[in-house]
Design a protein around this ligand. Sequence first.
Ligand SMILES: Nc1nc2c(ncn2[C@@H]2O[C@H](COP(=O)(O)OP(=O)(O)O)[C@@H](O)[C@H]2O)c(=O)[nH]1
Ligand SMILES: [Mg+2]
Length: 226
Amino acid sequence: MGKDRPNGADFSVQNGGKRQPNRQMSTELYDMASKVMLIGDSGVGKTCLLVRFKDGAFLSGSFISTVGIDFRNKVVDVEGTKVKLQIWDTAGQERFRSVTHAYYRDAHALLLLYDVSNKASFDNIRAWLGEINEYAQEDVVIMLLGNKADMTSERVIRTEDGERLANEYNVAFMETSAKTGMNVDLAFMAVAKDLKMKKTRKPTDPKFSVTDYVNQEKQSVGCCSS
Ligand SMILES: Nc1nc2c(ncn2[C@@H]2O[C@H](COP(=O)(O)OP(=O)(O)O)[C@@H](O)[C@H]2O)c(=O)[nH]1
Ligand SMILES: [Mg+2]
């Protein structure tokens, strides 16, 4: 059952009960740390996306959707810089206006998910983006994810619909599958890269575009997967 425990628990244990956000906190060293939040309606696959990224596994069945996890840490290497992502799941706060506002304020990046087989979850994205505009930090990294892209026959939201919405709000977009793993690492890597660039970019350096990066790297359904 070790895998079912949130890594949040390990976080304190490794520090003798003290939370020390520095480089000695665990065996994994890092150069910068960032908070990433997963948001979106209940059932879109937030917990599964996090588990896929962290453990490389897919959880099917319904128990996970009611339980959820609080957060997990993963250190990724962005061109030699170790970026620690502390990724928060928002279990139980999926109703509109139920995410604690302090939660938004602390976040450096937000992954906003809908389910391509669930129209209501897509329609609610505008409401979520409204909340984000109101409460999140101005320079927060936002990525819109159309999850469950593997569900071809049940799909009701086209890729173009997701792209159009993302363009309208000027946020990065891709489709993912926590089930097959498609684009999951890329979504988190793109966020880590953007966060690193924000931190280290000199005024004379060209601006990093997470949208361009994602468009270069992403796999589309029916093209390169399988
Ligand atoms: N086919 C498919 N099912 C998924 C995917 N991601 C999650 N699910 C399923 O959708 C349900 C809800 O997932 P969960 O992660 O609990 O959603 P959450 O409420 O947003 O955390 C579960 O039964 C998952 O197995 C995916 O990418 N593809
Ligand atoms: Mg969940």
